[in-house]
Design a protein around this ligand. Structure first.
Ligand code: GLU
Length: 474
């Protein structure tokens, strides 16, 4: 059993492609088959190596491993040309000399008659004389593969069941090589190269998005004409936006690297994408690793209907993943983000305490940066913190606390000592304990909401930053 992902490196790794990769990988893992990668880079103008890098890095990040080195489609052009030549030799394909202007005029006619646009197969049976005349006029030709209108194309789709396509809906004889002089074979096109490559790679199951249904119908005709074994097909549902339309660049975030940058974990992304179109069997929770999913994955539970992208569910899964991590794992994940801010991390124990403090409230990894900021930078006071410090007795109370701290600095460890300092200061300033606590939060963290106050103070005290913070706000 061999499956493949065949991304075109004309953009970054899209969530739809990543989900297709995942379903291929899950199916291969379940069936102990092989998952291969083919980079479809024949569109030289739009293909870029940085996109190939982005795609490979994205798959690696998600934990989707492939077999061997990726096959590079552009290196196989001779095989593609040979296949086209064989179709020309058997008469299954022919050269079409129609100019762009002629094709446009034909389409215009069809539009005027209210018909769907299709090639009318006008050059299918040119006589040798007509052909020589076109060549002597200097016309170039595309190569077209014959599609017999009267045929039905059927296959048993692993997701969609019995499929039946009317060949007359495929738009007439199909172009398989771009325009070139009549002596040559121009650049081979998608449907032809995919068939040649999938057959050469001995792919047994083609798993891809349902936007390829018409291509599958065309490709099945090519398999037959080339005398190749046909694989089985599984067409996965599209990913839809909130309005129920295909998720596209216009919806903002669509590429895996963007999700990563936003602070989503690879584990939650892979978990969520698996659920985008597949439902876990009864008894299995919706929170799983892809290794767990691979032991039960099959196409019976893949939906035919499009899958709506649900941010709330993704966020929930992401928080579940982060909350399940030990402080050490969280620290490993956050370290690059924290050092990227230019922050020097204190000793390991302190960092672990910070993780224990902020971890339970994180939804995104980037929230970890936000929550850590007051421990590395002097906070800019938020409005409600300013208001708190303006309250009667607030600054006086903090001044008393600071005096006590200067005489008897808190090491950040003995909680009783800190409580005593607070009680003493409240008494000297003649304010309630609540007021001094709230003012302390305002002064230390610059905001009225956030992590536990005593633990936050402890962290700041351990690096000798608490007095400094209080001094600057009174
Ligand atoms: N390069 C094609 C794409 O990215 C591959 C489709 C296929 O899997 O055949 O859509």
């Amino acid at each position: 059993m061999r499956v493949r992902l065949a991304p075109s490196p004309t953009g970054t790794l899209h969530i739809g492609t990543a989900r297709t990769a995942l379903y291929n990988w899950l199916f291969a893992s379940r069936k102990k088959g092989q998952f291969l990668l083919r980079i479809e880079d024949t569109d030289k103008e739009r293909s870029k190596t940085e996109y190939t890098t982005n795609i490979l890095e994205g798959l690696e990040w998600l934990g989707i491993e492939w077999e061997g080195s990726p096959i590079i489609q552009s290196e196989r052009i001779q095989e593609h040309r040979d296949a086209i030549q064989s179709l020309l030799d058997t008469g299954a394909a022919y050269r079409c000399y129609a100019t762009d202007a002629e094709i446009e005029a034909m389409r215009e006619d069809q539009r005027n008659q209210g018909k769907a646009p299709r090639y009318d197969n006008r050059h299918r049976n040119l006589s040798p004389d007509q052909e020589s005349k076109f060549i002597s006029e200097g016309r170039e030709a595309v190569i077209r593969f014959k599609i017999e209108d009267e045929t039905f194309i059927t296959w048993d789709d692993l997701v969609r069941g019995q499929m039946r396509w009317n060949a007359s809906d495929l738009g007439g004889d199909m172009v398989i090589a771009r325009r070139a002089s009549a002596m040559e074979i121009g650049a081979p096109l998608y449907n032809l190269v995919v068939v040649v490559d999938d057959a050469a790679m001995e792919i047994t199951h083609v798993i891809r998005g349902e936007d390829h249904l018409a291509n599958t119908a065309k490709q099945l005709l090519l398999y037959k004409a080339l005398g190749l074994n046909t694989p089985q097909f599984a067409h996965t549902p599209l990913i839809l936006n909130q309005e129920g339309r295909k998720l596209s660049k216009r919806d903002g975030v669509t590429s895996i690297s963007q999700f990563k940058e936003m602070g989503y974990t690879a584990e939650a992304m892979a978990n969520y994408m698996t659920l985008l179109g597949w439902s876990a069997p009864e008894g299995m929770t919706e929170r799983f690793t892809i290794q767990e999913a691979s032991s039960v994955f099959n196409f019976d539970r893949v939906n035919k209907a499009g899958a709506k992208f649900d941010w709330d569910k993704l966020n929930w899964l992401n928080s579940q993943v982060i909350h399940s991590w030990s402080p050490d794992v969280l620290l490993d994940a956050l370290k690059p983000l924290l050092t990227q801010e230019g922050w020097l991390l204190p000793e390991h124990e302190w960092c672990i305490s910070l993780m224990e403090l902020i971890g339970p409230s994180l939804t995104l990894l980037t929230d970890g940066v936000k929550q850590s900021r007051p421990f590395f930078e002097k906070p800019v006071l938020e409005k409600d913190a300013i208001n708190q410090l303006e309250k009667e007795g607030a600054k006086q109370a903090l001044k008393c606390l600071l005096d006590h701290l200067n005489q008897d600095p808190w090491d950040g460890i003995q909680l009783d000592q800190a409580k005593e300092l607070l009680a003493k200061s409240a008494k000297s300033a003649n304010v309630k304990k609540g007021l001094i606590m709230k003012s302390l939060r305002a002064g230390l963290l610059g905001c009225m909401q956030g992590p536990d106050l005593m633990s936050s103070w402890s962290l700041l005290a351990r690096i000798g930053k608490d007095s400094e913070r209080l001094t600057s706000c009174i």
